[in-house]
Design a protein around this ligand. Structure first.
Ligand code: CU
Length: 150
């Protein structure tokens, strides 16, 4: 029984396969599913790169001691700073913090504040010629300093 079926079945199957091969009805699976690959929703607005907006903060260069108002203070029988550099012709203010009178007198007589009473101040003009000018207190010879004009 089975023998006759197989003998018949084989040619039938061959025919079916042949027919199937010709008919392209079963080969429609080539249509790819249109599920588009989900592109990661990248933020389409790229953050604008930070343009080099240099802040307009003008960095104030540290003022050297020669700038602005030059000042020498007298504390405890001493000039401070003992060595000060100023511009030619710059005004220099001398403040006497002591309880006694002092002076700031150039050794060569180029400048002299005269007597500066306790708690008072005086101003002299630096020489116009660059150089080093040692000075003293005309009252207390132990007090000395150097004014540099440059
Ligand atoms: Cu003095």
């Amino acid at each position: 029984m089975s023998r006759t079926l197989r003998r018949l079945a084989v040619p039938a199957a061959a025919l079916i396969l042949a027919a199937a091969g010709c008919s392209s009805t079963t080969s429609k699976s080539s249509s790819a599913p249109t599920t588009a690959p989900s592109s990661p929703t990248a933020p389409s607005s790229p953050a604008a790169p930070p343009t080099t907006t240099t802040p307009m903060t003008t960095t104030p260069s540290p003022a050297p001691t020669t700038a602005a108002a030059a000042q020498i203070t007298i504390d405890n029988f001493a000039f401070s700073p003992a060595n000060l550099t100023v511009h030619p012709g710059q005004s220099v203010t001398v403040v006497n913090h002591d309880s006694v009178t002092h002076t700031l007198t150039a050794a060569g007589g180029k400048f002299d504040t005269g007597d500066i009473n306790p708690g008072k101040s005086a101003t002299f003009t630096a020489p116009a010629t660059p150089g080093s000018y040692p000075y003293v207190c005309s009252i207390h010879a132990s007090m000395h300093g150097t004014l540099t004009v440059g």
